[in-house]
Write a protein that binds this ligand. Structure first.
Ligand code: SF4
Ligand code: SF4
Length: 293
């Protein structure tokens, strides 16, 4: 592994176009935030417009302050506000107005709340489904400290995909993630969803934080063993100098190899793998293409 300058394949293309402007306006009208914008995601143009299928946008629920402080993440720690009881309806309205066919919901971690926000998350899923018949909803959920009753609240709201990110290999959980997160705890969330429902399960790994190939392979095997259906692999990029350093920039060919290993050898339904891939990268298009067809 070598520390290097950012390679050409990580250069961003700024999003543009009518659809992009429309979506931006609707979000402002409803005072809503998307991870796509907040994280300045390089895939925004591609995801929002949908290249060959449904467009995808990722809404961030429960505020922009997190109770945890992962060393790779740019979200601010502490200072969380009370939940906005109107948020579920607001998100459901915005989704209808934009005309999305596939929506991803995620949130900060809210360890400060009695149910860690599971009820609010579930209510948002229900309101989106009620207001937008036929829509597909993917949720990227916290670990809820491994509490099966809280995970069950999400399962009972019947989203189409439940994602929970393991983020990195077992050895590097700390220092990459907050100390309250953990490999086994994350696997238990995914295992529970697989055992208790027919909902598709999904997870993501960032590469370039110091992991070895054999550890990536073992992680993929562990994920399949608990029944995970879909995996995404992307390059970690350091949000600021105070965050975890990038260990190496993984070559696009290596990402292609991992995709083949995941799909052909380990039998994941699909694997999105590439330097710019993020958990929700073209989630709608890939889900329809790989799972529903
Ligand atoms: Fe960021 Fe999620 Fe970690 Fe919070 S729990 S700091 S939102 S990665
Ligand atoms: Fe939004 Fe996710 Fe696509 Fe980035 S990858 S633009 S966060 S939907």
């Amino acid at each position: 592994m070598s520390r290097a300058r950012k390679p050409d394949w990580l250069k961003m293309r700024p999003p543009s176009g009518e659809r992009f402007t429309d979506i931006k306006e609707t979000l402002r009208d409803h005072d809503l935030h998307t991870v796509c914008e907040e994280a300045n995601c390089p895939n925004l143009g591609e995801c929002w417009s949908g290249r060959d299928g449904p467009g995808t946008a990722t809404f961030m629920l429960m505020g922009d302050r997190c109770s945890r402080g992962c060393n790779f993440c740019d979200v601010q720690t502490g200072g969380m506000e009370p939940l906005d009881p109107e948020e579920p309806a607001n998100v459901a309205d915005a989704v209808a107005e934009i005309g999305l066919d596939y929506v991803v919901l995620t949130s900060v971690d809210r360890d400060d709340l009695p149910d860690q926000g599971a009820g609010h998350f579930a209510e948002t899923i229900r309101q989106i489904k009620d207001r937008n018949p036929g829509i597909l909803v993917e949720v990227l959920i916290p670990d809820f400290q491994g509490d099966p009753d809280l995970v069950r609240k999400i399962v009972d709201a019947e989203p189409d995909v439940i994602a929970h990110n393991v983020e990195t290999v077992e050895r590097l959980q700390w220092p990459v993630r907050d100390r309250r997160a953990g490999y086994e705890q994350s696997l238990s969330v995914l295992r529970q969803v697989h055992r208790e429902s027919d909902i598709y399960t999904k997870t993501s790994l960032m590469l370039g934080v110091g992991e070895y190939d054999h550890e990536i392979y073992q992680t993929l095997r562990d994920l399949r063993a608990v029944g995970v259906d879909v995996v995404t692999l992307g390059q970690y990029l350091q949000p600021s100098r105070s965050h975890l350093e990038v260990s190496d920039y993984v070559h696009p060919d290596a990402f292609d190899t991992w995709q083949r290993v995941a799909e052909e050898e380990l039998d994941f339904l699909y694997c999105a793998s590439g330097p710019m891939v993020r958990s929700s990268y073209r989630a709608g298009e890939l889900f329809v293409e790989s799972v529903l067809r």
